[in-house]
Design a protein around this ligand. Structure first.
Ligand code: ATP
Length: 458
């Protein structure tokens, strides 16, 4: 099914709820808009994506180390990074309904041109000159800047507590700990620090399921380099991101690495690529890759008064602030792109079969063990097999409903292999293994199952 079919989104949201990938947040209390809870399969899928990322980025690379920074940081961090003064979006309000919108998004849609580089005054004028109204047809307030950081207070008394922010990105913990990592690890340039963690943004227009939420998770890398090598390293990371998209099953025909035009670049960035994906609701940013010069470390050095320089081990007189390449990836958007890419429908015997063609490496379950009936002898064999496979693979045991319905469920959650134990198994010590994509069934001796899976699971 095409990833740009608008109906696909509804199908995925409904499957995600029904099968236990994603539930609306706080549902029994009427929900809380734009919050989502990940169910058993969603939690596992996210875990698999994050584990794979961590293995590929940290564990399998000598030039990378990990970090797990705090969500709450000294508020000076956000002054130094520029978030207090510049991390905002232009907000307009419908004067009748009081619904809020992004002024730039409304204008871009109405005028079909970018608002990059436009000031609040420019946008105010464009709204008046072009008689731009809210989607409900009402007048709009003039745009004002709205900071996206959530703030909260530390301390027992709310009005005298210290104001702090919930981090809007994970990256700053990496910059703030640059010296600690340098001193405690054996790393020398070029090297990188990776982190996975929650970030929070008070988005003006959250929505599109888990695409834009208030609370989300990021997988971020700051890769420190000498200034002269930034272009090579940028290209290496771009290639890595493209290859990783293939590895996790993202439809790369729908993935576009677009260079951000110069007039739209953040003032400290010399090059940024948005990896846009064609979601069912339109093309939008999946991941970002930015060359941030040495802006962040310089800012933190200036604001903290602490030296954040690197000494060239070959030439100790050569001290400088490293430059940085930042591959930044949202876990939630990655999961959405993976689900959108994997979802497929086909007609089998006049019925529609829904199948999630997830790569084996990230599928929530790799194997399902299905005794044909709830009969003690079959359950016995099935449970023994579960003990063997459970320690090696993500394995589900399911003995409910008819075998047809169980296959259907496993297809919809993307389990590559179903193993059925039937009455023949008691005689021939063999089981039927069904492959998800081809639905091909093979009879395999129980003793050969591990061997079979070892060879076929990728
Ligand atoms: P956008 O333009 O869509 O708001 P951004 O350019 O502000 O995104 P970055 O600051 O580059 O996003 O964040 C890095 C990554 O974090 C994004 O590429 C995306 O995968 C993820 N991300 C950012 N904001 C959100 C959000 N509100 N909900 C879910 N994921 C997000």
């Amino acid at each position: 099914m095409s990833t740009t079919d608008p109906k696909l989104m509804d199908k995925i949201i409904s499957l995600a709820k029904q099968r236990g990938f994603v539930f609306p947040g706080s549902e029994i209390y009427g929900g809380l808009a734009n919050t989502w809870d990940y169910g058993p399969l969603g939690a596992q899928l996210r875990m698999n994506i994050k584990k794979l990322w961590w293995q590929d980025v940290v564990e399998r690379r000598p030039d990378m180390v990990g970090l797990d920074g705090a969500i709450l940081m000294n508020p000076k961090v956000w002054e130094a990074s520029g978030h207090v003064t510049t991390f905002h979006d232009p907000l307009v309000e419908d004067v009748v309904t009081h619904k809020r919108y992004r002024a730039d998004h409304l204008l871009e849609k109405a005028l079909d041109t970018t608002m990059a580089g436009k000031s609040l005054e420019d946008m105010a004028k464009l709204i008046v000159d072009n008689n731009i109204l809210s989607p409900d047809g009402n007048e709009l307030t003039p745009p004002k800047q709205f900071n996206l950081m959530f703030s909260t207070k530390i301390g027992p008394v709310s009005d005298s507590g210290t104001d702090v922010y919930m981090r809007p990105e994970t990256a700053q913990a990496i910059f703030v700990n640059f010296r600690n990592v340098l001193q405690s690890s054996r790393q020398r340039l070029p090297f990188g620090i990776a982190q996975i963690g929650k970030a929070f943004r008070n988005e003006i227009t959250p929505g599109n399921f888990i695409f834009r939420t208030l609370e989300f998770e990021q997988m971020e890398i700051e890769y420190f380099v000498e200034e002269g090598e930034w272009e090579t390293k940028f290209e290496e990371w771009q290639k890595w991101m493209q290859e990783w998209a293939v590895k996790i099953g993202i439809d790369t025909e729908k993935l576009h690495a677009d260079d951000i035009p110069e007039n739209d670049l953040a003032h400290y960035s010399k090059r940024t690529i948005d990896f846009d994906f064609e979601f069912p609701f339109g093309k939008d940013e999946l991941w970002g890759l930015a060359y941030r010069t040495n802006y962040d470390l310089s800012q933190h050095q200036e604001h903290s008064g602490e030296k954040l320089v690197y000494t060239d081990p070959q030439d100790p007189k050569n001290k400088f602030i490293p430059h940085v390449i930042e591959p930044s990836m949202g876990v939630d958007r990655t999961m959405l792109a993976v689900l959108v890419s994997a979802y497929d429908e086909e007609t089998v015997n006049d019925n529609t079969r829904v199948v999630m063609r997830l790569p084996h490496i990230i599928a929530p379950y790799q194997v399902a063990i299905l005794p044909l009936q709830k009969k003690l002898e079959l359950q016995d064999v099935a449970k023994k097999l579960y003990t063997i496979l459970g320690g090696k693979y993500r394995t589900e045991y399911d003995e409910t409903q008819s075998i047809g319905k169980r296959y259907r469920r496993q297809d919809e959650i993307g389990t590559p292999y179903c193993i059925t134990i039937d009455f023949e198994s008691l005689k021939d010590n063999a089981v039927t293994i069904r492959e998800r994509d081809s639905m091909k069934q093979e009879r395999i001796a129980i003793d050969d199952v591990v061997n079979y899976l070892e060879k076929t699971l990728q």
